[in-house]
Ligand binder design. Sequence first.
Ligand code: HEC
Length: 143
Amino acid sequence: MPGSRLSLAIAAALLVAPVGAEQATISPGATVKQIHELMITPASNALFAVESEAPRDDVGWNHVRDSALLLGESAKLLMTRGRAKDAGDWMTLARALLGSARSAATAAAKRNVDALASVNGEIVATCEGCHETYRDNGRSMSR
Ligand code: HEC
């Protein structure tokens, strides 16, 4: 029956339709936990490490800048359908992480340790803000 085929097509389209304008239509492979293990944790650790020991050369600074870019991309992955827990606070927090990661990339490109330290503060607040609601009821993260 053409009608049911049409509703199947509509149902299929809805399955891949974005919830919010920023959500990609690609179905996710890695879980939120895996994205943390592969990208978010190592990338943010590289940014946080600058406060205790600033990079000494181009290679070191490039790694910090690349980590900031990776962190930004990971924030986008958190916004994809299937990973985003809702279209509200989750998206706001992931967008905040993306914005801070961009600032961190700029600070790293300028080799500005103070600016990076201040962006790191924003990043930690965002990580904890999301975990408070969506992970562990506010247990503080160890840095
Ligand atoms: C938009 C929400 C969100 C943001 C932003 C976020 N996280 Fe998470 N994080 C989660 C959720 C949800 C989990 C639980 C994943 C699971 O176990 O399924 C988690 C888990 C973790 C874990 C445990 C992962 C594991 O191996 O089990 C660590 C560590 C972590 N986050 C660190 C961070 C850091 C550092 C940041 C900031 C740079 C961050 N997170 C930003 C939502 C978020």
